[in-house]
Write a protein that binds this ligand. Structure first.
Ligand SMILES: [Zn+2]
Length: 142
């Protein structure tokens, strides 16, 4: 999700029952001004340039919170490599293993809807829970 100023972030946090602490707002502001992919370590470096030292635990906790409330999406390439994406619109990714980078691949809305419906139908058949939403995360590996 892209925010252009801190006030939008504060309002978004309040709307989701999240306390808009200065540290949390600054962290969100530093990573949501443009669509971007980044790892938790990148956020740690970026945030600690501006703020007093923020612990890794705080960074990870806030990243999880941001995913939970829809500010970021999480893209797991493998158990040791996770990216966060400030672009929360439906899109695919191409993962380049040589550069360790993600590149966005646009997706048509009707294709996203078809894939999501198919996956939801299969999940409902195999699990006793009913999911009403599902983040669509497709990563093509090079
Ligand atoms: Zn992306």
């Amino acid at each position: 999700m892209i925010f252009t100023n801190r006030r939008e972030i504060v309002e978004f946090f309040r709307g989701h029952g999240v306390s808009p602490t200065d540290q949390r707002v600054e962290m969100a502001y530093s990573i949501t001004r443009k669509p971007d992919h980044f790892k938790a370590e990148d956020v740690t470096h970026k945030v600690n340039k501006k703020l007093e030292i923020v612990s890794r635990a705080t960074i990870y906790n806030n990243l999880s919170l941001f995913v939970e409330i829809g500010i970021l999406q999480m893209i797991t390439i493998n158990p040791a490599l996770t990216f966060y994406d400030s672009n929360t619109q439906d899109h695919f990714h191409y993962f380049d293993p040589l550069k360790n980078t993600l590149t966005d691949i646009p997706i048509q809305e009707n294709l996203a809807h078809t894939i999501r419906s198919h996956i939801l139908a299969n999940v409902e058949n195999k699990m006793p829970i009913r999911k009403t939403s599902l983040p669509l995360n497709v990563v093509l590996h090079g």
